[in-house]
Design a protein around this ligand. Structure first.
Ligand SMILES: [Zn+2]
Length: 586
């Protein structure tokens, strides 16, 4: 049973009224119909009936005076008079725990510059940043670069990370680099030894493990404070080699998790072999993640730490150090993992390995979930932001899909992206018997926004003929003698399909004619006025074709929509004029 269109009368009336008030009392059929059909895609097959109804209602509305139109709008649809606000504050963060205990809320984001940031990390960044802003506090950026051997930092990643944060809109108030703070960690190490909270262990790792597994102290643990001070000095002087000695923080030897028992705080890394990108081979003694981060959170006055719950074991280790030193541990929010639905990885080490293997050309390859790749593809930072806020700070694991991110992004770019014609894998179409000297197509840059203007294409007709390109995909749906509409132009009837070209004859001009015949609508570009285009797809394959000449007006970095193809971002231009786009989503 088909829907009775009369049921939509009220809604169409509302749209007609808004349109009339906007245009000085005179509503137009086309924008009202296209707005309605945009919301009711299921009725597109009945466009003719819809348009007929819209015509009737528009006439009715236009017979009212502007004053009456405004009054009815105010009385019946007051919600439409409220200015449309951006939806960004749709999702609100819950208050921070114990926020009133602190005069200034201080949060931090602490990446290791061993790779660029990826999508999964945006969560900790936005939450830490937003909470600092919500409480007019301080947001710290801290580079945790104290492992020049395994999680080796790279000099270009420091700047790449800064660039990522700026792109996300998360400006930081203070910045620290841990590799410049090693003396601070050495001082805390001395203090811990002094108060009996740490010791320098020279046991072979296997031997130490056998003691610790049976909850027994190793022979080093109970030596005098002076002995450990001396060992630490020798460690710092470079007497020991890599792996020969470590500083351990004393814990409960019967802690249920053996990895927590007397955990390693300082270790030796041979920086002659593993040079650090910032301090070179100046230091050979390096703090572990938990030692440096734990000290910094305290010294930098961090009040709230927001991070994934995989850091919970680290908290247990750090708590021993905090107790020895009489420090209070910051408030923590640990959230659950993002589970990725579908293909791809969020593993930094896997991405880095694949990059080194040459599977990707660069870290902004469209197949990677790095922020640089998303940026290149035209994903807007606000889309990522909305998604982070939507998923919130729940402890439970949340499922996340690319479609979800795309939906957020589509809502942002769809109302502002200009539309263009692009024919992929072009096929030549010759149209004969055109009863005109010239044809003109006038198509809006945006179907719902007349104020964005129109693009006009004029094609000279020679001996009743013009030549166009259409896409292979559209070619495949053509059938002999079945009329199709060339969007914005006229209707044609194919008379010969050769496999790599088409001949058609003029049928009629009006859109209504095409609607009556249920003609398919297809895209085209004039043969003599084209722009060569390549679109890099999310799987790194390339779509190749021609764009209409007005594609030349697209600005570098602009996100546009190739109609019936998808959104794309203009990335670069080849010397021969070919425009390179990156596909965003459909
Ligand atoms: Zn030992």
């Amino acid at each position: 049973m088909s829907v009775d269109l009369e049921a939509f009368r009220e809604k169409i009336f509302k749209y007609a009224l808004v349109n009339a008030v906007k245009y000085n009392g005179k509503a137009k059929v086309e924008p009202v119909a296209s707005k309605f059909l945009g919301e009711h895609r299921e009725l597109r097959s009945r466009a003719r009936e819809v348009i007929a109804l819209v015509e009737k209602i528009v006439e009715e509305v236009n017979s009212l005076t502007l004053v009456d139109q405004k009054r009815i709008l105010e009385e019946r649809f007051p919600e439409l008079l409220v200015e449309e606000k951006p939806r960004e504050r749709e999702f609100k963060l819950p208050p921070l725990p114990n926020a009133d205990k602190y005069s200034t809320i201080i949060t931090r984001y602490a990446p290791n510059p061993d790779f660029v940031l990826h999508f999964g990390q945006a969560r900790a960044i936005y939450l830490s940043h937003d909470y600092a802003r919500m409480y007019r506090g301080v947001f710290i950026l801290r580079f945790e670069d104290t492992d020049p051997r395994i999680k080796k930092p790279r000099i270009d990643f420091y700047d790449a990370i800064r660039e990522d944060l700026i792109w996300l809109g998360c400006r930081w108030d203070r910045e620290y680099i841990q590799s410049r703070r090693l003396e601070i960690y050495y001082d805390i190490a001395r203090k811990l030894i002094e108060i009996g909270g740490a010791y320098v262990c020279v046991c072979e790792p296997d031997k130490f493990r056998s003691f610790i597994r049976s909850s027994k102290p190793c022979p080093c643990r109970d030596l005098a404070v002076e002995d450990h001070m001396e060992r630490l000095d020798r460690m710092l002087e470079g007497v020991y080699k890599e792996g020969e000695t470590v500083l351990r923080v004393k814990t409960d030897l019967s802690h249920p998790n053996p990895s927590v028992r007397d955990w390693v705080a300082l270790r030796i890394i041979n920086t002659k072999l593993h040079r650090h990108p910032i301090v070179g081979d100046k230091y050979n003694v390096w703090p572990t993640y938990n030692f440096a981060a734990g000290i910094d959170d305290h010294l930098m006055g961090v009040t709230h730490i927001i991070r994934g719950k995989e850091f919970l074991v680290g908290v247990e280790k750090q708590l021993y150090m905090y107790r020895w030193l009489g420090w209070g541990y910051p408030e923590c929010i640990h959230y659950g993992k993002w589970l990725m639905i579908g293909s791809g990885t969020m593993s930094k080490s896997k991405m880095l390995r694949d990059l080194q293997l040459g599977l990707y050309k660069s870290w902004d390859d469209p197949r990677l979930p790095t922020l640089a790749a998303l940026r290149r593809r035209g994903i807007q930072p606000e889309a990522i932001h909305r998604m982070v806020l939507e998923l919130g700070v729940k402890m439970s694991e949340v499922r996340f899909s690319w479609e979800n991110l795309y939906a957020h992004n589509r809502r942002i770019i769809d109302p502002i992206a200009r539309r263009f014609f692009y024919v992929e894998d072009p096929i030549k179409l010759k149209v004969r018997s055109i009863p005109l000297n010239e044809v003109i197509a006038k198509i809006p840059f945006h179907p719902d926004k007349e104020d964005m203007g129109y693009r006009e294409t004029r094609i000279k007709v020679k001996d009743g003929e013009i030549e166009l390109y259409i896409s292979r995909r559209d070619y495949d749906i053509l059938a002999l003698d079945r009329v199709v509409r060339l969007i914005g132009l006229f209707n044609v009837k194919p008379v010969s399909l050769s496999g790599d070209s088409v001949e058609a004859v003029w049928h009629s001009r009006a859109y209504e004619e095409a609607a009556k015949l249920k003609a398919r609508l297809i895209h085209w570009v004039p043969v003599e006025d084209i722009v060569p285009i390549r679109v890099v797809m999310p799987d790194a394959s390339e779509s190749i074709g021609y764009g209409e000449n007005l594609c030349r007006t697209i600005a570098l970095g602009e996100v546009i929509q190739f109609e019936r193809f998808g959104f794309a971002r203009f990335d670069s231009k080849l010397p021969d004029g070919t425009m390179i786009f990156y596909y965003t989503h459909d």
